[in-house]
Design a protein. Structure first.
Length: 173
């Protein structure tokens, strides 16, 4: 092997550095590639995306009040018997006050109440309290709430919720 200029590697020895290859004489180097455009970058990023389709309802909560009841509220034939203004509260404070308000309203035999959440005009995320209370009314307040819907314009519109309560259990005054 010594005749070929090859030396055996022994334990503890390192391989000699490999000299860089000289370019072939007369061969020109390829021109440098231009940087990719934004469109090319976008399209290359899309290659890793897979399309997934799900047959599900959106996570948004839809108002659950019957059109007949909401029409009576719009016409003024059915008016809220109590109102709770939640402006300026945090989500947790609003949920807690709403829970106590609904419990108290059912105890007093009210059938319709109004929750004023505000329209979220000063909130960068939009109507935070309204969205939170819509979820609360749909899922956690089933013990008190029969139906609910966004209030008509004369009662606050998008900044308020009309809640129709269930009757008191146990009778007896």
């Amino acid at each position: 092997m010594a005749d070929l200029g090859v030396k055996p590697i022994t334990p503890g020895s390192t391989a000699p550095p490999v000299p860089a290859a000289d370019p072939v004489p007369g061969l020109l180097a390829p021109p440098p590639l231009p940087p990719p455009t934004e469109e090319e970058l976008f399209l290359s990023a899309l290659n890793g995306i897979t399309a997934v389709f799900r047959d599900e309802l959106p996570a948004e909560v839809e108002p659950q009040a019957s059109p007949r009841r909401m029409k009576l509220v719009r016409q003024g034939k059915l008016c809220p018997e109590a109102t709770l203004d939640l402006h300026g509260l945090t989500r947790d404070e609003a949920r807690l006050r709403t829970r106590h308000f609904l419990d108290n309203s059912v105890h007093h035999g009210f059938k319709t109440v109004l929750l004023i959440t505000g329209r979220g005009l000063r909130s960068p995320e939009g109507p935070v309290l309204r969205d939170e209370l819509e979820r609360y009314l749909s899922h956690d307040a089933a013990a008190w709430v029969a139906e609910w819907g966004r209030a008509p314009g004369n009662l606050g519109g998008e900044g308020a919720l009309v809640v129709f309560l269930k009757g008191r259990k146990g009778g007896g005054e």
